[in-house]
Design a protein around this ligand. Structure first.
Ligand code: ZN
Length: 244
């Protein structure tokens, strides 16, 4: 089975369209989103529509939760908060209901999916270090799990030797047979923060036991214009060019 795993999309229709175009050439069986479909960008409803039409498996991110009042956006920075308020006002009820219906965590046939962490998905914790990853690695019942939230691609591996030790790899080109289990952060489709402005997606091939990320140039200007036209904070457009 071949899975396409999409990191935080954040209402960036231009990036999502580019990623889906590439995925359509790769005989993928199942589309998965690790959440934060909305927030920051100018096209929330269009992104939701695309995921629904592709029958994607989607978990709920913190921005998705904030838009439907399940998380207090007072904890967000000013720009994120403004985007939450704007998104909440422009989304039709059907889209808000869909966001509300999303699960916090999903176990599929070959992998597990959550937004922040597996151990406390409702807390939306950030996994940045091997130590942060350990509670999730302990709980894993599949050889691989996928998360997002930090917008930084990274693989965190529970090693076979020395057994119980955790290591990390910043390049997402992973042979799952080389570790006991692996927690993969798939980065972000719509707002990459690893100083690489390109969008991207992750292919997980359960037969080949491989995980590989592809990065792609996309029409950033179109995404930036949608943010400016919506009168969202300009900073949210500017950062797309820098990948921060
Ligand atoms: Zn996010």
């Amino acid at each position: 089975m071949r899975y396409a795993i999409l990191g935080d999309i954040h209402s960036n229709l231009s990036a999502l369209t580019r990623v889906l175009e590439d995925i359509s050439t790769q005989s993928v069986d199942c589309l998965v989103s690790v959440g934060d479909v909305v927030g920051y960008g100018g096209s929330p409803s269009e992104c939701i529509e695309l995921l629904r039409s592709h029958k994607a498996v989607v978990v709920k991110g913190n921005h998705d939760a904030a838009c439907v009042g399940e998380l207090n956006e007072a904890t967000f920075n000013r720009y994120a908060r403004e985007a939450v308020h704007w998104t909440r006002n422009v989304l039709p009820k059907a889209d808000l209901d869909w966001l509300r219906s999303l699960p916090l965590q999903v176990t599929l046939e070959h992998c597990q999916v959550a937004h922040g962490s597996l151990n406390e998905p409702e807390a939306f914790e950030y996994i940045r270090t091997t130590r942060d990853a350990d509670p999730s690695l302990e709980l894993m019942t599949s050889p691989v799990a996928f998360v997002g939230h930090t917008h930084m691609p990274i693989a965190l591996m529970r090693l076979l030797e020395p057994a119980g030790a955790t290591a990390y790899a910043p390049q997402l080109d992973v042979d799952l047979r080389e570790s006991d289990r692996c927690l993969v952060n798939v980065g972000s489709v719509g707002q990459p923060r690893d100083e690489d402005h390109r969008t991207g997606w992750v292919l997980f091939d359960s037969e080949a036991q491989s995980v590989r990320m592809t990065r792609l140039e996309y029409d950033i200007e179109a995404a930036a214009k949608q943010i400016r036209d919506a009168n969202l904070p300009r900073m949210l457009a500017d950062r797309l060019y820098l990948g921060v």
